[in-house]
Design a protein around this ligand. Sequence first.
Ligand code: F6P
Length: 623
Amino acid sequence: MRGTRKFRHVIETPDPGKWELAGYEASLPISEKSNPITREIDKADPALLVQLLKECDAEIFQEEEGALINYKRLYSESILKTVVDIAKRVQEIIKEPDDGLIVLSGCGNSGRLAMLLANSFNKLLKGLHKKPCYTYIISGGDRSLISPQEGSEDNPLVGAIELEKVCGGKKKVVFIGISCGLSAPFVAGQLDFCMNNLDIFLPVLVGFNPVSMARNDCIEGWHSTFRQVAERMQKLQEIQKAIILNPAVGPEGISGSSRMKGGSATKILLETLFLAAHKADCNVEVTEKCLLEILRTYERAHKVTYSQSKKIASFVKQAATSLQKKGHLYLLGWRTLGIMGIMEAVGCIPQFGADYRDFRGFIAGGYNGMLNKEGDLTALGTEFAISHEDFIKNIVPSLSEMDTVLFIFTVDDELPEIEKLAGLVKEKTSNFQAVSHATAGQCLPNSIKKLFPNIISITWPILFLEYEGNFIQIFQRELSTKWILNTVSTGAHVLKGKIYRNYMVDFKVSNAKLFQRAVSVVQRLTEQSQPRCIETLLQSIYGPEMLTDQIRSLPISKHVEAASVKDKVVPVAIVSMLRSCTVHEAKSRLDAYPSIRAAIDASINAPGRKRGAESSEAAGQNK
Ligand code: F6P
């Protein structure tokens, strides 16, 4: 179906990407492909880096291109129609909240977004003196909001049990399972449970791959693959018993990093859907026009945010300098912008093999500001201390010039508090900056302006909408903050040499999807056969002992268990293969270079190394 032409773009979207061509990395789903825009991001300076990520984010809003493969996109008529269909079902729950529930569920970043969205719309309902009817599930429970528990996403049975628990006694449930890559077993288990209980549940799957690209690996101890679950849903969709919402938004700027574009698109799509449902509740019919009106505000947010590219680039530079000097990066946020900061920091831990101490987020009010279901988690350990008081107590005493602190707030927040905290930070480091949001007509007091050496000050236009308008404004600011933080943290890690081309190369191999991604990246960079890559990866995980057939035949979950506690598993495997050396030697070689990128680059370009076709479709194939 052609894209809707009823809509005029707010931003210039890039030309249709090469990734849409039929043969482009054909073995990989869109969410795992490498984006042609960022192919050389590892060589970019901060200004170019921001430009490249801006272009990647703009792809979210790009229309489908008739001449190419015709993926469904955000503005495709079929997608808008699907959103309308779901909104109508959501509306039925809002109207009769006593017996109904809307459950949002996901793993990692998708679970954190599930919490954010459920809380936002419960707040919206409360403001209208209505009963809250949203709830969330995150794999691994609330502790995953603060500390990554990537392994928990591999269990479909636990997913189903958790869902059954939260829905006890409800007669009608709209279940929204978020898996950007159409890949998480935890979500697959929940969707399957819904399909076995259609008298109560409407299963909805949200992600950004076509069903034909959903993950098809066996799920240990379970009967189906994710793709089989999605195909079953597709059949049920024909009789309106299940719904799949899956526009393509293009590959991530850093391959596979679904918390970036996938996360942003999840936020845009679901907030649009729920806002439309709530509007309709006030007897306005949910129409495509109404959806387009809301989507346009997000597209505008992209333009407004990246109009600050120069300043964002200077944040990137500062953050990178801190990380390179082994300093730390701290994000201090107010209200939901604090949650955006925590989400950003937590997401970076597995993605860049970072330590939680390196990059941390704090929120005003701590868990009272998070509004998570399990309440205060501080007792679980220092990693879970997230309030500004915790920052003052645990971090400020050791804060130094090496560290960077970023304040994130709106001019409606407690400005005297912000001033006080900035004063404390200033005594320890000159590297503190701010992102501040205001609405036209508001302005940041001079005392605060003068306090911060560098400040991104964004003024949003007044939206003349009813009650929901306030929420659109909050959502715009959250998304804008997400884009800035995604860019700052990704940029800083790129400049620290954690990325090769646009591949993550130093991520924690902490679940089955990440194990498969590790195999794929090793294959892509070494151009060797899949069995050889797996062998070396296992050697890197279990080394220095010799691999036995018993180890080789272990299920992936066992390899993941062993890999989760090790550092640099993937870079060691890559260097070992490129240099034809032992994993022990590869480790020493890695240590001899200033960054992982430099070590891999030197190994790829080592004299005498035989090279295959750079563009070979090695990744993900059984060569
Ligand atoms: O496995 C880790 C991870 O990739 C996280 O980084 C991500 O947030 C999570 O999985 C969820 O991914 P998806 O939304 O594709 O299921």
